[in-house]
Ligand binder design. Structure first.
Ligand code: A3D
Length: 320
């Protein structure tokens, strides 16, 4: 079987980590594209030189011409600018929407059969922009946020309960931003829902509320510590899990920013929901029952995403 091809558009902090993980896991050959001259080729060469030490078989190349992404099976997009301290994800919209439009057009031209994972912020609206520009079917264009947000939630919960991260499942819904909705009653330790663990005295409601808030602020916590950019290891690992589920038809149940066309009462909107990711891309969007409080939180998150979509539409109208 020929090796798969993974194209990384944006070879910065996340792009470099994606390349390392994809190669180490032998998901396929990796190409790195970036507008910074020489940098993607330099990173690719440096990474390729780890292969004799790490013992993986994957070629890594990089360049500044979009034609290098030709025929890719998976494209992961991190092109754009990240947050600096004091910035919200939404502050990035002006620059990053232009970048995602250009990248979408290039993917439509060179890799129309790819499964595309967008990471560039503000996430939900950037996936929408890129899908529109690419002309690819919506089930093959998704955004990475929910896997990361739920990984953060799981990590904090595992720390609180002093149990293995592997036994904690967590469920996060909605847009990737301050309005994201960590769903406590669908999150468990070995199948025991969190509200039951509060009743069992494993933690208190106050501590649980603090963990939920820390999850919502998880990105900002890292930005504040790093000072020069935003998180990159966990975002890269999360996108690789999505890519692997597609490439190996694993049919993992993963929360991703998926295109809604009627589900959850939304139309033509990308927002974080549970999905099944397999060889068909988003093979199913799972619609769960929400109680009134959860519905209100989800709607609040959806409204935040819609506001940003309107900003992009306005920017577009001003340009034309
Ligand atoms: P960074 O290290 O700056 O890498 C971005 C790269 O994009 C740089 O190498 C730029 O040269 C390149 N670039 C800029 N414009 C273009 C263009 N037009 N075409 C191609 N490449 C271009 O940032 P990063 O890797 O840390 O973050 C990348 C993006 O991911 C940012 O928008 C972050 O906000 C976002 N991010 C999202 C999450 C989510 O969970 C959704 C988490 C962390 C970061």
């Amino acid at each position: 079987m020929a090796r798969k091809k993974i194209a990384l558009v944006g070879a910065g902090q996340i792009g470099g980590t994606l390349a390392l993980l994809a190669a180490q896991k032998e998901l396929g050959d990796v190409v790195l594209f970036d507008i910074a001259e020489g940098m993607p080729a330099g990173k690719a060469l440096d990474l390729a030189e780890t292969s004799p030490v790490e013992g993986f078989n994957a070629s890594l190349t990089g360049g500044n011409d979009y034609s290098i992404i030709e025929g890719a099976d998976v494209v992961i997009v991190t092109a754009g600018i990240p947050r600096k301290p004091g910035m919200s994800r939404d502050d990035l919209i002006g620059i990053n929407s232009g970048v995602c439009k250009t990248v979408g057009e290039a993917i439509g031209k060179y890799a129309p059969n790819a499964f595309v994972i967008v990471i560039t912020n503000p996430l939900d609206v950037m996936v929408w922009v890129l899908q529109q520009a690419s002309g690819l079917p919506p089930e093959r264009v998704v955004g990475m946020a929910g896997v990361l947000d739920s990984a953060r939630f799981r990590y904090f919960l595992a720390e609180e309960f002093n149990v293995s991260v592997e036994d904690v499942t967590a469920f996060v819904l909605g847009g990737h931003g301050d309005t994201m909705v960590p769903l406590v009653r669908y999150s468990t330790v070995a199948g025991i829902p969190l509200p039951d663990l509060v009743k069992m005295g494993w933690t208190t409601q106050e501590k649980l509320d603090a963990i939920v808030q820390r999850t919502r602020d998880g990105g900002a916590e890292i930005v504040k510590l790093l000072k020069t950019g935003s998180a990159f290891y966990a975002p890269a690992a999360s996108a690789i899990q999505m890519a692997e589920s597609y490439l190996k038809d694993q049919k993992r149940v993963l929360p991703v920013a998926a295109h809604l066309s009627g589900q959850y009462g939304q139309d033509d909107l990308y927002v974080g929901v549970p999905t099944i990711i397999g060889a068909g891309g988003v093979e199913k969007i799972i619609e769960i029952e929400l109680n009134d409080e959860e519905k209100a939180m989800f709607q609040n998150s959806v409204d935040a995403v819609k506001t940003l979509v309107d900003v992009v539409k306005k920017l577009d109208a001003e340009k034309s």
